[in-house]
Structures are given as structure tokens and as C-alpha cells.
Design a protein around this ligand. Sequence first.
Ligand code: HEC
Length: 194
Amino acid sequence: MAKPERDDQPVLQPHTYDGIQEYDQRLPNWWLLTLHGSIVFAFLYWAYHFQLGIGKPDREVLDAELSQLEAKRLAASSSLDDATLWKLSRNAAKVAEGKAAYQAACLACHGPDLQGIKGIGHRLSDRTWVHAAGPMGVYRVLNEGVMVNGIPTGMVSQKHLGNDKLVALTAFLLSTQEEGKWQVIPRAEEPSQR
Ligand code: HEC
């Protein structure tokens, strides 16, 4: 009869394969810790990223950082033009900045969805524009405001917001537009005011 094994001694398995016998070794603590640790980690990771929505996927974090860098680079270029403004309008960070500024400074007159308010502010979401003949036109309207026959309208210069915000606001307004589909119409035909 086999003599009883001590608890900490490996147990020799009864089977033999190809003349080889094996021990039933107790797994070392470092190994068990790694196994259980990774199970716990996997569970927390799954909850953090996929269930609670706290952690953003790496791809999103990277995209956000890249778009902020691009926005900085474009906004820093000394000559602002239509092409740069179109590029900024596809930059998520700049558009988000512009959207926040819109909600703070423009929403009351142009409506929460840019749809315009009759007698107060023009619609900014459609392709037809009255005063802004293109991206730089929007930027100019924001800088200078709108005068009609030498008389200031409700759209006064927004210069006090600072150039960065005006660029971001322009990017946000352009984000709803398509390049090459810009249309300038007479003031009397602005649909939101009829
Ligand atoms: C006090 C109300 C008011 C506020 C606030 C205001 N606007 Fe306006 N906006 C107007 C009016 C009114 C017009 C049209 C002017 C006209 O022809 O009578 C206009 C015109 C414009 C136009 C030109 C539209 C076109 O058809 O060419 C743009 C662009 C514009 N606003 C953007 C903005 C942005 C961006 C803000 C926020 C920074 C803003 N406005 C804040 C009243 C306002």
C-alpha cells in the first residue's frame, strides 16, 4: 500500500502513458495569482469599457487627440480661407467647440437646431444663404455683423467672442453644409422669414 502523502508533497498519478508517469503538482501561488488576477482584470475591463461606458476605446481616444492637434494646426495657419474652414468643419474637436459656443451665443435667435426663428434670426441649416457667400462669408458675418442699407440688423458683430470661437462657430455651421452646394438668395426670399 502506498504510504500516505504529506499535504505539500506532489501526488503521483496512477496512470502511465508511454512509460511516462506524472505528478499532480499543486500549482504555484504566483501562477494561481496570475490566473485569478487576469479573470478579475478581464471582468473589470469589460465592465469599465463595455458596460458602464466610462472608458473610451483606444481608437476614440486617439481620434479625439488627433483631431485636436489638427484643429490647432489649421487654426494656427495665418491665412484663413475657404479650404481651411472646410477642413475645420470636418474636425470633430473644432465642431464640438463651435456647437457649444453656438448654444451659448446664437441659439436664442437662430433656434436650437439652426432652423431660424421668424422675425428674429435666419435659418442656418439649409443651403441657402443671404449674407454669407461661402465659408469666409460666414466668418465675415460673425466678425462684422450684418448691416442692411447702412442700418444694423439683429445680427451684430460677434468679435467679442474672440477669433478662436468665431473660427469654431464657422466650422460648426459648415459642418451641416456640403461643399459645392452653396446658394446665395435675395434677402426677401429667406425661407425662415416668410
Ligand atoms: C439678436 C439675435 C441674433 C443673435 C444672438 C445672433 N444672430 Fe445671427 N442673425 C440674426 C439676424 C436677424 C440675421 C439676419 C440679418 C438680416 O438680414 O436681417 C442673422 C444672420 C446670420 C447669418 C447670415 C445668414 C445668411 O443667410 O447669410 C449668420 C451666418 C449668423 N447670423 C450666424 C450667427 C451666429 C453663429 C451667432 C452666434 C454667435 C448669431 N448669428 C447670433 C440674429 C442674431
